[in-house]
Design a protein around this ligand. Structure first.
Ligand code: VGL
Ligand code: ZN
Length: 209
């Protein structure tokens, strides 16, 4: 695939808590750092996201007495998976991965700030509130969003689906993502993305390496 001026790279949630040893470690999560650095050099528009929750966030199992991580609860906006406390605003685990605090990123978009609402997607919170990212990209003349980062089956997939829903082309760079993959969540996410017309690529194909 040829990268041009109308392409943006969206680097999703490559933060300490999603890396090995982190509070919500994605298996092999640190393997995305090198391919993303290579990808980033090719894009004029580079956006990073940070999962950025206040303490006691509604997605934390610790906020629901008697509940354990990876159980689900029903919240006002629908079903919510409960996670270990992760990416708490200003704490070390919320910081961008070493090597991925990319100086060429014009925008670092933080999401999941509403104490009662999760936001896997960089475009739309779980209750339907829009983050403004679609408007930002559109004003920059972006037509296609290329996605990478963590985790494939949650924040990457939801962001890709909402990019499509907002009218952008979307491509996920498979080897620049890693998944949580619980209960078939990765296969389900790829199936939903494929059905939505989201492309799947590899970093060598994007960088021409
Ligand atoms: C994520 C679960 C909870 C992600 C964020 O970045 O994929 N997953 N919060
Ligand atoms: Zn989160």
């Amino acid at each position: 695939m040829r990268v041009g001026a109308a392409d943006a790279l969206l680097v999703v949630d490559v933060q300490g808590d999603f890396l090995p040893g982190g509070a919500l470690a994605v298996p092999d999560g640190d393997a995305v750092v090198a391919p993303i650095r290579a990808l980033a050099a090719r894009f004029a528009t580079l956006v990073l996201t940070q999962d950025w929750h206040p303490p006691g966030h509604a997605s934390f199992a610790s906020a629901h007495p008697g509940r354990a991580p990876f159980e689900t609860v029903r919240l006002a906006y629908g079903e919510q998976v409960l996670w270990p406390d992760h990416c708490v605003q200003g704490r070390a685990g919320a910081s961008l991965a070493p090597g991925l605090d990319l100086p060429g990123a014009a925008l670092v978009l933080r999401k999941g700030l509403n104490p009662g609402v999760d936001s896997y997607s960089a475009f739309v919170e779980a209750d339907g509130t829009r983050t403004g990212l679609a408007g930002y990209l559109r004003e920059r003349g972006v037509g296609r969003v290329v996605l990478c980062g963590l985790a494939t089956d949650y924040c990457v997939a939801w962001s890709a689906l909402d990019a499509r829903a907002a009218g952008f082309e979307a491509v996920v760079v498979a080897d620049a993502t890693r998944a949580i993959d619980r209960d078939g969540s990765l296969a389900a996410a790829w199936a939903r993305m494929e059905a939505a017309g989201i492309g799947r690529s590899l970093s060598a194909d994007v960088t021409g390496a």
